[in-house]
Design a protein around this ligand. Structure first.
Ligand code: SF4
Length: 420
């Protein structure tokens, strides 16, 4: 069964009402089952996302931390995006690259892609997320060419690009792609058309079934997410959980990840985001960790360094670092328009140094090239630009603050999300 069929069985508004009606006993019951290492149900997820779980955030955060360290060790993966093009055929109300915005359009050529690769490699990064707008002009052929250029330099390559056909994903996997992220933006059918006004992305169902096509094509990892700020964050998170459970059961050999993009300032902005502050982000992340001890959770540079320094130990497994969100942003054309403004401006080396201070091991790549029988041209790396990755270790208690508390980030300011 495809995910669209699963999604159609649930009404977004009814889910929001069910979550709002959860009680303290529901939240405590879900937490107790998570503590007992039982597999949580979607009803448990609803309880953990509900207002009734608010008094239990500290306990959720501590358990989320413990489960994450048990599964992943005290490690955090570091990665950065490489924007290849801002050309896009879609009109999305929340994005600076939207087709109606009169901005200079740019697509990196071979030389510029290699220039960007050199700049990212000099930062010590070995795990790169390739990002594009959605345009058939820069479809599979362009992406395959980029992968072939970059594969000898980076052992771990991921993509966040337009939805493709299953055969295209399979071809990209053959060129060294390991991961595809495809955010649904919103699972709310009443809201989706309000923000996707024109272009292929207006087809909500096609996007909903994209992760299934990625799974069938045999990619190693599928990334999910909602763009927080478009609709009710609790119901959005529950639908992300529904999608996650579907993928875990259907493609059980494929790893999964969840990201937490929320609306940021951008060119042509003009919408008012629904509330989703730092406290809500922590509650969602902890709920996902208790719901799925295996899923990887990513926290991007959209968030502030202050918040990331507190929140990273609450269940997250990867951080972007030193991100530029414009094509050529690292070296080839630093002045081009960014998709959205980042907040945490620290370099990867600074983020890695912070993690080491906290007792965590920064991990610089996802897959080693030898796993795929491929080699890279990279030589030994310099200290400060990062060291060769070591196995993700274990160590209960690692990464905790001296007083054993891990939930300091659960005490958030509750401020409204930045307008995008
Ligand atoms: S969100 Fe993606 S599809 Fe929409 S305008 Fe931006 S780049 Fe294009």
């Amino acid at each position: 069964m495809s995910f669209v069929s699963v999604w159609e069985q649930h009404d977004f508004t009814a889910v929001a009402r069910t979550i709002a009606a959860k009680t303290d006993a529901d939240a405590r019951g879900a937490l107790a089952r998570a503590r007992a290492r039982q597999i949580l149900t979607l009803d448990d997820l609803a309880a953990l996302l509900s207002p009734a779980a608010a008094p239990w955030i500290e306990e959720m955060a501590q358990l989320s931390h413990r489960l994450t360290v048990e599964r992943f060790g005290p490690t955090i993966q570091l990665y950065a995006p490489m924007y290849l093009t801002n050309v896009c055929a879609n009109i999305c109300t929340y994005c600076g690259f939207s087709a109606q915005n009169r901005i200079p359009r740019k697509a990196l050529d071979d030389r510029e892609i290699l220039t960007e690769a050199d700049a990212l490699a000099a930062l010590g990064l070995e795990h790169v997320l390739l990002v594009t707008g959605e345009s058939s002009r820069y479809g599979t052929a362009y992406l395959r060419r980029a992968l072939r250029l970059l594969r000898p330099r980076f052992p771990s390559l991921a993509m966040e690009v337009q939805p493709l056909a299953e055969a295209d994903y399979a071809a990209l996997a053959g060129d060294g792609l390991s991961t595809v992220l495809v955010y649904q933006e919103t699972y709310d059918p009443a809201v989706y058309p309000l923000h996707h006004l024109k272009g292929p992305k207006a087809d909500m169902r096609h996007r909903l079934d994209t992760p299934d096509r990625i799974g069938r094509a045999g990619l190693k990892k599928i990334g999910l997410g909602a763009l927080y700020g478009l609709s009710d964050w609790r119901a959005e998170s529950w639908f992300v959980g529904l999608h996650l459970r579907h993928l875990e059961r259907t493609f059980w050999r494929t790893r999964t990840s969840i990201s937490f993009p929320r609306l940021r300032p951008h060119e042509g902005q003009g919408i008012t985001p629904t509330p989703f502050g730092e406290g809500e982000l922590v509650q969602a992340a902890c709920a996902f960790r208790l719901f799925s001890p295996e899923v990887e959770l990513a926290l991007s540079t959209r968030e502030s360094g202050r918040f990331r320094n507190h929140a990273f130990r609450l269940g997250f497994t990867s951080l972007s670092a030193g991100s530029k969100t414009n094509p050529g942003g690292y070296a080839a054309e630093p002045g081009s328009l960014e998709q959205f403004a980042t907040d945490d401006q620290r370099s990867p080396a600074e983020v890695a140094a912070f993690l080491r201070q906290q007792g965590y091991e920064p991990v610089w790549k996802d897959w080693d090239a030898t796993y795929d029988g491929a080699g890279t041209e990279r030589g030994p790396r310099s200290e400060g630009g990062g060291q060769k990755s070591e196995p993700r270790g274990r160590g209960p208690g690692a990464g905790e603050t001296p007083d054993g508390s891990v939930a300091t980030a659960a005490h958030h300011d509750g401020t409204a999300p930045a307008a995008r």
